[in-house]
Design a protein around this ligand. Structure first.
Ligand code: URA
Ligand code: SF4
Length: 218
């Protein structure tokens, strides 16, 4: 499936408020149809920029990223790494919630956005990067990592590693935002989904990678 993409809805500005306003009426792919609203990034420029996958059920209703269960895990891990007061901007690779109805029930089950949907939405992510000009850019999970570092990026091999910006592959290979370091780590939702006997290790791994981020931020 090929989508028209977000570029035609994106104003030529790096002003984050103007971008968020415009993104509210984006129709760049089909995901706006079944979601409540666009969930744009929010936070402060110039520090740490965190990129998740897409808003979850709670975020779709609230209109803000990482305010549900995954956000709680993330905030706890950030605090453990001493990053709770670091200027941070939080966003997602895809700005609308992709879900399917649970069989028989009213519950909405998260579905991973397709790479075509991530590509359609990438103009917003590019504009946010240009507007935030982060010192350190962190991908949370494989979807964000693929959107930022290219489809061949292997999270299991490169998590917690300081990566160059611009990346070698993907749509950001020509990006000229002066970012000191980029990294990828696991998604906080993966910690929540992990089997009970793996959860503590997964969480510890997330905190460990965030300590690398803290060291890079100085
Ligand atoms: N998971 C994400 O990737 N992003 C959110 O905003 C919430 C959950
Ligand atoms: Fe636009 Fe992204 Fe929403 Fe698709 S997911 S409609 S590209 S904001």
């Amino acid at each position: 499936m090929k989508y028209p993409g977000a570029a035609q809805y994106r104003p030529d500005t790096t002003d984050l408020t103007a971008l968020a306003d415009a993104a509210a009426s984006c129709r760049g792919c089909d995901l706006y149809e079944d979601a409540t609203q666009t969930v744009f990034g929010r936070g402060s420029a110039g520090g740490l920029m965190l990129v998740g996958e897409q808003p979850g059920d709670v975020e779709d209703v609230a209109g803000e990223p990482f305010v549900g269960p995954a956000g709680q895990v993330l905030n706890r891990a950030l605090a453990e790494a001493g990053l709770q007061d670091t200027p941070s901007y939080v966003t997602n690779a895809v700005k609308h919630f992709r879900w399917k109805a649970a069989r028989g029930g009213k519950r909405r089950i998260h579905e991973k956005p397709s790479s075509a949907q991530a590509t359609a939405c990438r103009p917003w992510l590019a504009a946010e990067i240009a507007g935030v000009r982060p010192k350190v850019l962190l991908a949370l999970g494989a979807t964000a990592a693929a959107s930022l570092f290219g489809p061949g990026f292997r999270l299991t091999q490169h998590r917690g590693e300081k990566l160059p910006w611009p990346p070698e592959a993907g749509d950001f290979a020509d990006d000229d935002t002066p970012i000191e370091a980029a990294l990828a780590t696991v998604h906080p939702s993966a910690v929540l989904r992990a089997p009970a006997d793996r959860r503590d290790d997964m969480y510890a791994g997330l905190v460990k990678d965030l300590h690398v981020v803290a060291a890079l931020l100085g």
